[in-house]
Write a protein that binds this ligand. Structure first.
Ligand code: PLP
Ligand code: COI
Length: 362
């Protein structure tokens, strides 16, 4: 079907959050607890393609109890942020990359692919009405959550012929309650996240649903996130419940798992680019759990960090498992970890030149 211009209808929220209340939220936003006044909603049908693009008041979505998403989890989402620069302007980081990843997720979940231009435009439309929700305190941003799901009501198992795409937004501070302090990670040995040929590379709700039980186990052991191994051999590291992982070797090489069952993180890709620009070697390859464990024990691995949109770059001090623990929970954050974090956030907040053309003005 030929792609046409999407002309958004904007219906302002008649009962927006009062300014004073919004300012109080922005002063201490937490993560994912408060939502802006509006949301984007675009319909898709097999016959009509993408249509009826709207910006409307944030509020409940009405669903038929037989809506396919409620039964067969045909759903995908994205996560990116809007940053306020010192001059007040609002920018997002590589939104086209999120748009392309949403398309890859859509393909895997048999959902329609939203054109990347519509994706970026949908974010611009939301910021045009909710720009005042982008906080300006250090390290804060507006987290944007585009998502798409099967709305058609039927109980047969097949791709839905009616789908909706939405964007909601939530002011955000640090994802972990301790801020940027090093965290401990729990190695899940009883559960895996995704198998070969499964949906691990897609950003789909089911991957997160299956991570909740092992994540609860991580909390029970005093850990902030759970680490998954490959499902077939339980030998190779994959990723955390909601973040990618990178190991730093003593010679400055950065090593990160390559696998077709993990999410290709945009933060990780960017951090590795910044490290490469500084002359660091970068290895994207299979990494065994023993390489992590023995590397920390022998001093060959000197830093480990988690990275993702919500977590930005978070140092990992310790890896705990049923039968071993490596690293010291009180160890300070790694130097390279923190300096790459600083460089990335300096670009995102407009404090450093955007030499890779990653920023898009909203
Ligand atoms: N892996 C998982 C499972 C995630 O949920 C995320 C977060 O989006 C990432 C990795 C990191 O991806 P990105 O850096 O694009 O946010
Ligand atoms: C993100 O970083 O955008 C995610 O989706 C991960 C989730 C833990 C919030």
């Amino acid at each position: 079907m030929a792609q046409r211009e999407l002309a958004f209808t904007v219906t302002p929220n008649e009962q927006p959050v009062p300014d004073a209340e919004r300012d109080a939220i922005l002063a201490d936003p937490g993560f994912g607890q408060h939502f802006t006044d509006h949301m984007v909603d675009i319909c898709w049908s097999e016959r009509g393609g993408w249509h009826r693009p709207r910006v409307q008041a944030y509020g409940p979505i009405s669903l038929d109890p037989a809506a396919a998403v409620l039964h067969y989890a045909q759903e995908i989402f994205e996560g990116l942020k809007a940053y306020r620069h010192a001059d007040g302007s609002i920018w997002s980081f590589r939104p086209d990359a999120n748009g392309r990843r949403l398309q890859r997720s859509a393909k895997r979940l048999a959902l329609p692919e939203l054109p990347v231009e519509y994706f970026v435009e949908s974010i611009k439309q939301l910021i045009a009405v909710d720009g005042s929700w982008v906080p300006s305190a250090p390290e804060t941003s507006l987290y944007l959550r585009p998502f798409m799901f099967a709305k058609e009501a039927f109980l047969g198992v097949r791709p839905a012929k009616k789908v909706n795409y939405y964007v909601i937004a939530s002011p955000a501070g640090a994802y972990f309650t301790g801020g940027v302090t090093p965290v401990s990670i729990w190695l899940s040995t009883d559960y895996s996240r995704a198998g070969k040929g499964g949906t691990g590379a897609a950003k789909t709700g089911g991957n997160y649903a299956s991570s909740l039980l092992p994540q609860a186990e991580a909390y029970e052991h005093g850990c902030a996130q759970v680490l998954f191994l490959d499902a077939q051999e339980a030998t190779y590291i994959e990723e955390l419940g909601g973040m990618n992982v990178v190991l730093v070797k003593r010679d400055g090489t950065l090593v990160t798992p390559e696998s077709d069952s993990i999410l290709e993180g945009i933060t990780r890709d960017s951090i590795l680019q910044l490290a490469q620009d500084r002359g660091h070697r970068v290895e994207r390859r299979r990494v065994t759990i023993d390489e992590w464990r023995e590397g920390v024990e022998s001093g060959d691995i000197v830093e480990v960090f988690a990275c993702g949109t919500a977590a930005v770059v978070t140092p990992i001090a310790q890896l705990k498992a049923k039968d071993f623990t490596v690293g010291d929970a009180d160890a300070p954050a790694g130097e390279l970890t923190m300096s790459l974090r600083q460089e990335l956030t300096d670009i995102q907040y407009g404090r450093l030149p955007d030499r890779h053309g990653w920023m898009t003005r909203l």
